[in-house]
Design a protein around this ligand. Structure first.
Ligand code: LLP
Length: 463
């Protein structure tokens, strides 16, 4: 997670309480384009507008809290990834970051493929018309039902994650009279520099088959020996919210190393490699993410170089960005309920959502930024903590941020870069109703995922 290395105060000489905060911008009304969706702007009147729609209108029409997603920005990011990787590579959007039928249609229209990791995500993809051959199924413990549904639907790729699963997929494919394309998920032994919970390529964790010790090579032997499986390639995903390309380079090198071993042992050149997702985005102005074209060039160069050195034909590359596509496209719109100043400490600003719509701050110590969205203000910066309405003191949305000192109940706040892993990890804690996702585009706003209702909660409660 990002961390500001430069705690700074609102006024020169102030001693601030312990914390990690991005220094206040010289103008609290300014919007750093790195953390906001492309069409977000502050109007002359002072309120934010996105996709040509004023946030006050959004709050009135759809209520708060709400995730507000900039559809044009989402599509532009899809195109940027596709164009950066070009026709010889595939971009699989990782649905776990956020998935809905509208998103599946946008992906389809923009020429992206889709990575799903559960029966529910697969059902959403198919319901919205994603061609099955453009879907990849992931997961470290796929059920027989999920495997069966995927093989039956004809998904283009199942990424197998264990010896048991190789046998299960082979069995299902045989029973259905299919030859199922699979990739093998390997762990390359890279320590990704990110939060422990979202690093996935070091050896001591649940995903994949390790290159070290020969498990991955054994998996290749087994898959090649099964008639009903077609081994198309090797998959590696090293973690999430990563800025440093070095881990991807090591991963690419080791995956190509395995392709070389496979060629030498079996005389087979596998035609695909997938280097996963994990590219970081800016949550605050301190973060400096790489652009898709820089990522594509770095990965393409290393794969080409390693393959040439090994005398291998360059395989078709695929990547699986989730956060880097959807993360920056949305912000969460909240209404301020209470403002409580703790003398000498900070001001607690309570909003009408919290850890049920954004668990990332509590779970990963993630940092976010925040701005007053319903108006501009020239008031002094006030060191604030934006908290939710749940019954826990860890219910924090933005740990440390500067908001204007005239902030008052009824003001709207916007927390940017909440498009990824916020709605998709939302919960009903305290019987909170999960917020809607509102898509805005060219002056129009529409609900793509509706707000949960008390009837929705009670419908599940059949006791
Ligand atoms: N491919 C695979 C196999 C993955 O497991 C993941 C994410 C991705 C692609 C997409 O990674 P992305 O590009 O979005 O970083 N809940 C955590 C993130 C967990 C990521 C899990 N796997 C968070 O909120 O930061």
């Amino acid at each position: 997670m990002s961390r500001s290395a430069h705690p700074a105060g609102p006024r020169h000489g102030d001693v601030l309480p312990e914390g990690h905060y991005t220094p206040p911008p010289s103008d609290l009304n300014s919007l750093d384009p790195r953390v906001w969706a492309q069409t977000v702007e502050r109007t002359a009147e002072g309120a934010l507008r996105v996709g040509g729609v004023d946030v006050r209108r959004l709050a009135e029409e759809f209520g708060t809290p709400a995730y507000v997603m900039d559809e044009n920005d989402f599509r532009a990011r899809c195109r940027a990834w596709r164009e950066a990787f070009g026709p010889d590579a595939d971009v699989f959007y990782a649905g776990k970051a956020f998935l809905s039928r509208a998103v599946v249609r946008w992906l389809h229209e923009e020429g992206l493929n889709l990575d799903v990791c559960s029966g529910g995500e697969l059902a959403t993809a198919l319901a919205a018309g994603m061609p099955p051959e453009r879907i990849a199924l992931h997961g470290n413990n796929k059920s027989m039902e999920e495997i069966t549904r995927a093989v039956e639907a004809g998904v283009g790729r199942i990424v197998v994650d264990s010896f048991q699963e190789i046998a299960r997929v082979a069995h299902v494919a045989r029973r259905l009279g299919r030859r199922q394309p699979v990739q093998i998920r390997v762990t390359v032994g890279v320590e990704a520099h990110t939060h422990e919970f979202i690093a996935t390529a070091h050896e001591d964790q649940k995903f994949g088959l390790a290159l070290a010790g020969g498990q991955a090579a054994e998996a290749v032997r087994r898959v090649l020996g099964l008639e009903s499986l077609e081994l198309t390639g090797i998959h590696s995903h090293i973690g999430s919210q990563i800025f440093d390309m070095a881990g991807f380079e090591v991963s690419a090198r080791r995956v190509v190393g395995l392709l070389t071993e496979v060629r030498d042992e079996h005389g087979v050149e596998l035609p695909e490699i997938d280097l996963g997702g994990g590219l970081g985005i800016a949550y605050t102005s301190e973060d400096d993410p790489r652009e898709p074209h820089e990522i594509a060039k770095a990965l393409g160069d290393i794969v080409t170089r390693e393959c040439e050195a090994a005398g291998l034909a360059v395989p078709r590359l695929s990547v699986e960005p989730g956060r880097a596509i959807v993360g920056p496209t949305a912000f969460t719109l909240y209404e301020v309920g209470t403002v409580k100043e703790l003398e000498g400490l900070r001001t607690y600003v309570s909003v009408d959502g919290g850890m049920s719509d954004n668990i990332r701050t509590a779970l990963y110590d993630a940092e976010y930024s925040v701005t007053l969205a319903s108006r501009a203000s020239e008031a002094e910066p006030m060191l604030s903590r934006v908290v939710g309405k749940h019954c826990e003191s860890g219910d924090i949305v933005v740990r440390d941020a500067f908001l204007p000192a005239d902030l008052a109940p009824g003001d709207l706040l916007a927390v940017p870069a909440t498009g990824a892993y916020c709605r998709s990890m939302a919960s009903n804690y305290n019987h909170a109703l999960r917020p809607p996702v509102i898509a805005v585009r060219d002056g129009e706003a529409r609900t793509i995922v509706r707000r949960e209702t008390e009837e929705d909660l009670l419908r599940l409660d059949v006791g």
